[in-house]
Design a protein around this ligand. Structure first.
Ligand code: ADP
Ligand code: MG
Length: 231
């Protein structure tokens, strides 16, 4: 069995408020290297909260979270950011692509925080864009790209730092069905190359591509007994 990448031990997330919101109730979870996990649940069920916790953008209000064996609760903010930068790539629904920067510059921004020397950044960004099929659009501004192409820029930006874990929050939420399928193909390829992948979605067509599906409802995370009845 592959080693665990993520281990949650009774981890929970409550937003302090007021009023406090228990977004994620205490849960246990082990995700192993190379898994493709999808998490489904209705709007407001805690999917983004779960992803923010896994992505070290938020800290558990109780319980423990180990990432690659590191107990993240013991880290200060700087160390937590450094760990996030080294290990994790993010892809969000709304693309989060900077509008006045070219595709290449958008991808390069991910390397600034990794302290990659400036002269190497351009080459790495071009390679990442090539990998998502945008090698001929590296100098394009996002306004001249389609939704699917913009999401591929976002994926290239998530990949360029060679993360071992890629987290996607509704990555196809703004895309038509055919473009969404292409983006999923790309994520699947990435997973086939060894990257651990977690995709949050409310779309059963997306969740069924995962090799393991979790359901979240009212902040309760669990394995569905019957994958066919997900929604
Ligand atoms: P989903 O992604 O499944 O739509 P979220 O994780 O965004 O759900 O939200 C889960 C619950 O936590 C919701 O009730 C939401 O209103 C609440 N919530 C999300 N973010 C915050 C926040 N920063 N402060 C307070 N409550 C929040
Ligand atoms: Mg959400």
């Amino acid at each position: 069995m592959k080693p665990p990448v993520i281990e949650l031990h009774r981890a929970a997330l409550t937003y302090p408020g007021p009023p406090p919101v228990a977004a994620l109730l205490p849960c246990d979870l082990t995700v192993r290297q190379g898994e493709f996990l999808t998490v489904v649940g209705p709007s407001g069920s805690g999917k983004s909260s779960f992803l923010n916790l896994i992505g070290l953008l938020d800290v558990p209000s109780q319980g423990r979270y180990l990432l690659d064996g590191v107990d993240t609760g013991q880290l200060n903010d700087a160390d937590r950011s450094a760990l996030r930068g080294r290990h994790i790539g993010f892809v969000f629904q709304a693309f989060h692509v900077l509008p006045h920067r070219t595709a290449r510059e958008n991808v390069e921004t991910a390397l600034v925080y990794q302290r990659v020397p400036r002269r190497e950044r351009g080459e790495r960004a071009r390679t990442a864009l090539d990998a998502v099929g945008l090698g001929n659009r590296t100098e394009a501004l996002p306004t001249t790209l389609s939704g699917g192409e913009r999401q591929r820029v976002a994926i290239a930006r998530a990949l360029v730092g060679q993360p071992s874990l890629v987290l996607c929050d509704e990555p196809t939420g703004n895309l038509d069905t055919a473009t969404a399928a292409q983006v999923l193909d790309l994520l699947e390829e990435l997973n086939a190359g060894g990257v651990t992948l977690i995709v949050i979605t409310h779309d059963p067509a997306v969740s069924e591509r995962g090799t393991r599906v979790l359901r979240i409802r009212d902040g309760v995370l669990g394995e569905p007994a019957e994958p066919a009845v997900l929604s």
